[in-house]
Design a protein around this ligand. Structure first.
Ligand code: AMP
Length: 218
């Protein structure tokens, strides 16, 4: 089962990707994580091109598609893949269909996270991440270290209000077309609405599982 997670920054894609990967033994592919890894190496050929991330803008389709294509080559044995943060444009969605079809795979499920802007801001401004396992925490939980890795939690460079607003704008402009693209396709489309800051990741995960069960997908 290959799953695409759609949703604005802070909508919980990363967290739900981890939970789904654990529940169904799937592999996660997060373009944001791949880019942040590249940005740690100033000698990487894409280092300069990826500086655009700091302005909250999208990386070009050409670069994103190439990075995903290379990543997919290493995942040929995966039972299924969860795409977190990709595709973000219609051109990327079409490229993903081509890449998957050459591997005899397809997008089976799209999960679209609709989260109100207040909840998104609360989550993003308080988000703390384990640089090792990428587990996401919130500052209000009071943890300084990752509970699993015991590594000091960090704040992402682009989780500040100015850049967050630009990322929201980019999302709204570019990703609406991706939602339409998948709604018109043959894959299962699960749309979730989250408007309460107290909704827990586990509650959302259970909701996803029941939606998958309803469609006989698990
Ligand atoms: P994320 O971790 O998914 O929030 O991604 C962090 C940043 O990486 C985004 O704000 C974009 O600048 C860039 N990025 C990640 N995925 C994509 C994508 N599919 N297309 C274009 N830019 C991307």
């Amino acid at each position: 089962m290959n799953i695409v997670l759609l949703g604005p920054p802070g909508s919980g894609k990363g967290t739900q990707s981890q939970l789904l990967a654990e529940s169904f033994n799937l592999v996660q592919l997060s373009t944001g994580d791949l880019f942040r890894q590249i940005l740690q190496n100033p000698h990487h050929p894409l280092y300069d091109e990826l500086q655009i991330i700091k302005q909250g803008k999208l990386v070009s389709d050409e670069v994103v598609n190439k990075v995903v294509e290379d990543a997919l080559k290493k995942l040929t044995n995966a039972k299924g893949i969860i795409f977190d943060g990709f595709p973000r444009t219609v051109a990327q969605a079409k490229a993903l269909d081509r890449m998957l079809s050459s591997l005899n795979r397809k997008v089976d499920v799209v999960i679209d996270f609709n989260v109100t802007e207040g909840v998104l801001l609360y989550r993003l401004l308080g988000r703390r991440i384990c640089p090792n396992c990428k587990r996401v925490f919130h500052v209000n939980q009071g943890y300084i270290e990752c509970l699993d890795c015991k590594v000091k939690l960090v704040t992402r460079d682009d989780d500040n209000e100015e850049v967050i607003m630009k990322r929201f704008k980019e999302y709204k402009e570019k990703t609406v077309g991706v939602q339409e693209y998948y709604r018109d396709s043959n894959c299962a489309y699960i749309s979730l609405t989250i408007d309460d800051i107290d909704t827990t990741p586990e509650e959302v995960h259970q909701q996803i599982i029941s939606e998958l069960k309803e469609r006989d997908l698990v």
